[in-house]
Ligand binder design. Structure first.
Ligand code: UTP
Length: 292
């Protein structure tokens, strides 16, 4: 029987060193794309996919994330008094309902697999989603919703897939492909950050997952992989003998906001998609490009 995906895990325990000095005292996940923090894009996507409970795996220096999703009655009162109704709506949209949000702590950043494992008691024995907030997906249908729809057809583990240039396979988990219908890929293996010469394909796993609780059992082994980190890819691979594994070539565009070029491109894309900004921004961009 296919169980509903009710819970999502947001691993936000990483150090974000590629964005220093911005991330010296501020979590990377609070960096804004246009005017909304990365983490809020991920939370809104999860909501669109029907997620009911939001689990954050945080670490040292991440309390701004908790404050961001909490109510701010003083600011609400101020905006109400000034009749700033749209800003009030933005503020309220960024508040998550008490009891529907949980925080746990990753005391040491030992890798993505370890971060997910830290949420094991909050997840329990049910399938769940994982969203890496530094990947944002600009899609008509939320990327996680596309994964959940595929999961409702095939069950098991389902991940988002990006076709990447061969020379970039050493940045991603990469699938070994058994069957590929253009949208859905059935995998019979996967390897974390393979050298291009050893990569089984160019189907790279991006930051959205629907996972069986079997993956948590594998993570119990706490086995370190590439770079000495506990890798989620290794735990998913270890369940291949008993859990079906599929990748979805999602429709839409992914921005890796953990690196600077991806982050800058995301700002351009999202600004050009905003009714209140696009005309003026596009004109400014065009003028600017002429000066290059
Ligand atoms: P990254 O691989 O981008 O690592 O993590 P990072 O530490 O955040 O950033 P850099 O490389 O130092 O700049 C991808 C996602 O996994 C989370 C991060 O918070 C980010 O959302 N993560 C990573 C953890 O929660 N714990 C970890 O131990 C590692």
């Amino acid at each position: 029987m296919i169980k509903k995906i009710r819970k999502a895990v947001f691993p936000v325990g990483g150090l974000g060193t590629r964005f220093l000095p911005a991330t010296k005292a501020m979590p990377k996940e609070m960096l804004p794309v246009v005017d909304k923090p990365l983490i809020q894009y991920a939370v809104e996507e999860a909501r669109e996919a029907g997620i009911e409970h939001f689990i954050f795996v945080t670490g040292h220096g991440k309390t701004a994330i908790e404050d961001h999703f909490d109510a701010n009655p003083n600011l609400e009162k101020l905006l109400m008094n000034d009749g700033k109704w749209q800003l009030l709506e933005f503020l309220r949209n960024s508040t998550l309902e008490s009891g529907k949000i949980s925080y746990t702590r990753q005391s040491e950043p030992k890798g993505l697999g370890h971060a997910v494992w830290c949420a094991r008691d909050l997840i329990g024995d049910e399938p769940f989603a994982v969203l890496l907030p530094d990947d944002i997906f600009h899609c008509k249908t939320a990327c996680l919703k596309q994964l959940v729809d595929a999961y409702n057809e095939v069950g098991g583990n389902v991940v988002a897939i990006n076709d990447v240039p061969l020379e970039q396979t050493n940045r991603y988990g990469v699938l070994s492909v058994e069957k590929d219908d253009g949208r859905l890929i059935k995998a019979n293996g996967m390897v974390e950050k393979p050298d291009p010469s050893a990569a089984p394909s160019t189907c790279a796993i991006s930051g959205r997952y629907v996972l069986s609780p079997e993956v948590l059992k594998e993570l119990d082994n706490q086995k370190a992989g590439v770079k000495g980190e506990i890798q989620l890819t290794d735990a998913m691979a270890a369940t291949l003998d008993r859990v079906p594994f599929h990748g979805v070539r999602f429709e839409g565009r992914r921005f890796d906001c953990g690196n600077k070029i991806g982050f800058l491109m995301a700002n351009i894309e999202y600004a050009l998609d905003r009714d209140d900004l696009k005309d003026e921004f596009k004109a400014s961009l065009q003028e600017f490009i002429k000066t290059l």
